[in-house]
Write a protein that binds this ligand. Sequence first.
Ligand SMILES: Nc1ncnc2c1ncn2[C@@H]1O[C@H](COP(=O)(O)OP(=O)(O)OP(=O)(O)O)[C@@H](O)[C@H]1O
Length: 748
Amino acid sequence: MSKTRNTESQFSFDLEETIDVDKTPSASPSRDSSLTLDQTEKVLELLDSWQQAGWIRPLDVRFARLIQDLSEEQGEAPQPLVLLLAALTSHQVGRGHVCVDLADLIADANNTLSLPSEEQENADSNLNGPEEVLALVSSEQCLHSMRATLAVSDGSHTTPMVLSGTRLYLRRFWRYEQQIAAGILQRLAQPSTLSDPSSAAAKTLSHALDVLFKPQSSTGPTVDYQKLACALAARNRFAVITGGPGTGKTTTVVNLLAALQSVAGESAERDGRKYRIRLAAPTGKAAARLNESIGGAASRLPLTQLPGQVSLADIPTKVTTLHRLLGSRPDTRKFRHNRDNPLLVDILVIDEASMVDLDMMASVFDALPANAQLILLGDKDQLASVDAGAVLGELCQRAPDGHYLPDTAQWLKAITGTDIPTNLQDSEGQPLDQAVAMLRKSYRFAEGSGIRQLAEAVNTNTLNDNMLQRARSAGFEDVVWLNGRTSKPSLDDTQALICRHAVSGSPEAFYNNGEERFHGNNQPLPPPVGYRHYLSLMQSHTLNANSTTEQWDELARSVLEAFSDFQVLCALRRGPWGVEGLNELIAHHLLKQRLIPRAEGWYAGRPVLITGNDYNLGLMNGDVGITFSLPWGTNDQNNNAQPQPVLRVAFPSSDGSGDIRWISPSRLQQLETVYAMTVHKSQGSEFNHTCLILPDRLSPVLTRELVYTGITRARNWFSLITGDASVFSESVEQRVVRASGLASVLTR
Ligand SMILES: Nc1ncnc2c1ncn2[C@@H]1O[C@H](COP(=O)(O)OP(=O)(O)OP(=O)(O)O)[C@@H](O)[C@H]1O
């Protein structure tokens, strides 16, 4: 039979965004010693049993059955191997991968799929696992079957799956990747008026950068990477600026925008019209944080010295979420802004870009006018997005080594006066390399900071005994590993420690009792605190029914700020080491300490984290609120209408205005208590004191990226509690590797 192709409508299916996974293990079918891959029914039965065991999602099995139906509709006998690989590709997408590399899958199914996980393995030891099934075939057989079936194409036809080299995609994700790659390549290829250093525009840029970046002191680094980043990003319609915590990403982008507005102001072509700039972040929390910092940075700009008559109004300081920017609509993942209704913008800056998944990034490119400039900011070493893709990480893979072409180095020298270190130059650099800048000096952490040293050692996998010993014995002024001297503490002891620490923040465990540390300007740093800090503030207020809304708002602001002074972070969701167990443990202890009136349901003092966007209430995934008891209710049966206490949750408004929104608990849909938060959810946030809790055994979730992200959420104090001491360094050995083809499409 010749391989005919389908119309879009025949294959118009979509993988659902989320689905409840039935995690209940059922009785496992017994191991089949006569396992073969030639019968469709047998493979579907196997997939069903994997689903019943909780190994794969119902969605993955449904996808395989959909391929079966479509094949039959087309008069093709469904191929068992195709159905198996379809389900496994869908499973991988559920785990954050963009595709499956069939060569890797066959070479090491266990590592590629992480199936079954350690817990599942014990429960289902009788079940044939993917490794045993895939051992029956070679990667050539897989590729051959995929090329032969009507369900797969190279992308030039509309098929549910796409094979590109050895990478197998669900079509939607292949399309996203293509869309992103095309958007980047198209922008990198656009000529810039700044490319010729002798042009008027380039001279204005050079002048503006000299105003914005004063020569560094003789003790500082000779290369000002912030200045280089500004120059590179100004020249390209697509640019990435990556850097660790406090390396000056915000400062750099504000300077960059000022420099670009200078160039626009002097441009005869633009007739002095300034650029329309928008700032966005993936979550409400990240947007609020950038909102806070960007206004300050903009107000410090030496505007009067800049060419092109730049005013403060030309530098935007309002940051929105990507969902809002693109115009999300209920019940559809399609946005209001797209190629038919593009954003009215010349420059778009996205902060915390490591959290942006493939789907969202594709939507951004779809909504951007072809000649608009896109600048991504973020820390490439942080955890990738929860959903499929690790776009920023992939774009920055080569950032540490620069790979700047001699042309680029010469241009940078002409514009910034800086000699590019030879180890960052490469005569074979790729176009993408020329648009990626890495900031290499942290201005937030002093050289001796334990947070900085530990984060760097984790990131480069160079943790050593000396460093671990210092962490255990409060040898750093800002880091303490509270139970690091006990290699295998009992669960009871560790839970008691967590409870004590969560209440007080254990200042006594830190170097010099956490006292006498100062900011650069000699202001004392806030001490390491626990949750008693915000709860005492709530309990000690003197407001009453006669107090004004403004007074309650003021109280809520200070309580929310006090709450953000401490956060327990963990890696898992379930069990005693997960969010659920830790929230329960800490709440019961706070109740015992009489800091909260109850430990379940709604009560004054309950901190909550919003876990899904709610456009009606204006709340975004990641927003944190605190529950208050307010004398705002009335009792209808009581003619005297005495005010009654009612519970309301106070949320800071996301526009950085400092306003408070009071919302009735009954209106909140998706939320959880947040004494403990997963490291994933903490991305885009920072806390004065962060405590990371690692479990008593290694699991695939525990990775270098997770530990690094956890540590770098701490602004001033970092504490660590481990269920087993070896888990800390073992986690750092594990990496997040996500299958994707973006980097290879961009560097072809
Ligand atoms: N070149 C510089 N010289 C001196 N201080 C700087 C410089 N760049 C940034 N800073 C200071 O360092 C701190 C961190 O800067 P900034 O907020 O820009 O970093 P960031 O990378 O955006 O931080 P985060 O990791 O929180 O996103 C700020 O207090 C800022 O004023």
